[in-house]
Structures are given as structure tokens and as C-alpha cells.
Design a protein around this ligand. Sequence first.
Ligand code: PNS
Length: 165
Amino acid sequence: MKTAICPGSFDPVTLGHMDIIRRASKIFDRVVVAVMVNPAKKAAFTLEERMELLRKATAGMEGVEVAGFEGFLADYARMRGACAIVKGLRAVSDFEYEFQMALINQKLNSDLETMFLTTQAQNMFLSSSMVKDIASFGGDISSFVPACILGDIQQRLCKGGNKHE
Ligand code: PNS
């Protein structure tokens, strides 16, 4: 049984993430969507909230499970018996960071491969930060996030003012 990890901040999950998760699930028997901490980013949603949104968004997707982990991705992959990390690549600007992470993860866990799936053209510009920015100004994010969590995201980003700073 081949397991892959789709790691990320998912703050919040977008249709771009969903496309990568769906395509990874066609290649691997099991895909663990790991909601993790990126020390370089200040999250607007808590780890639990991000996991809950992902659980809703991936409900019914065969072989896909959602988990949260604080620590090294390479260690988590080992714990879960995963042979690969799958990440989406949007543009050349993503590459340098992702390449560095792939090399670090290879160093920390030599049994682990990193695979990149190129994003679909319509998601090239899409990011969680952009979704948060648009939502915080009351803009329409309905074509950027799964329909089943649209209301949750809008409500959360409006509740008590803008939580994205
Ligand atoms: O969605 P993101 O923010 O691009 O995801 C980045 C993430 C969370 C996958 C990355 O920051 C990560 O792997 N964090 C866990 C800590 C880790 O293993 N860092 C690499 C060694 S320094």
C-alpha cells in the first residue's frame, strides 16, 4: 500500500489544494493531508479549524484522510509509513522554496521522495493569502474555495473583524 503525504498550511484550503489532493489520490492508495505549521507564516485559522475545513472539503474522497502535526514533515512521513510527499507547483516563484524543502526532507528522511504536480492553469494565481485578502474586503471567493466550506470561511474571516493581519 503506497501512502503519500500532501502537506501544507491550508490556511484555508483552496480549490488549488483540492485539485492536487484529488490527483494525488489517483496515484497513491492512501493520501494523508497533513495540516502543519509553517513557521514563516502567521495563520489566520487555528490548526483545528484548518483540519475541520479540510475534513468537510475531502469528505467522500476515497483513500484521503486529514491529520494535523506539529514537527518535522520528514518525521511525520516516517511515522505514517509514507513513501512520498506530494506538493503543487504554481509557478517558477514556488520552485526555489519547494526545491529547498525537498532537499531538506531528503536529508532528514532518505526513504522519502518529493513529487511535484503542476497546478491547473486556472489555479496559477490562487493562494490562501489571496483568498483571505479578498474575503476580508468582502469580495467574492466562491470560485476559489470548495462550496461546502465557503460559508464557514466567510463567517470566520468576518467574525469579530478581520483575523488576517
Ligand atoms: O502550505 P505551505 O505553507 O507551503 O506548507 C509548508 C509546510 C507546512 C509543508 C512546511 O512549512 C513544513 O514542512 N513544515 C513542517 C516543518 C518542517 O518539516 N520543515 C522543514 C525542515 S526545516
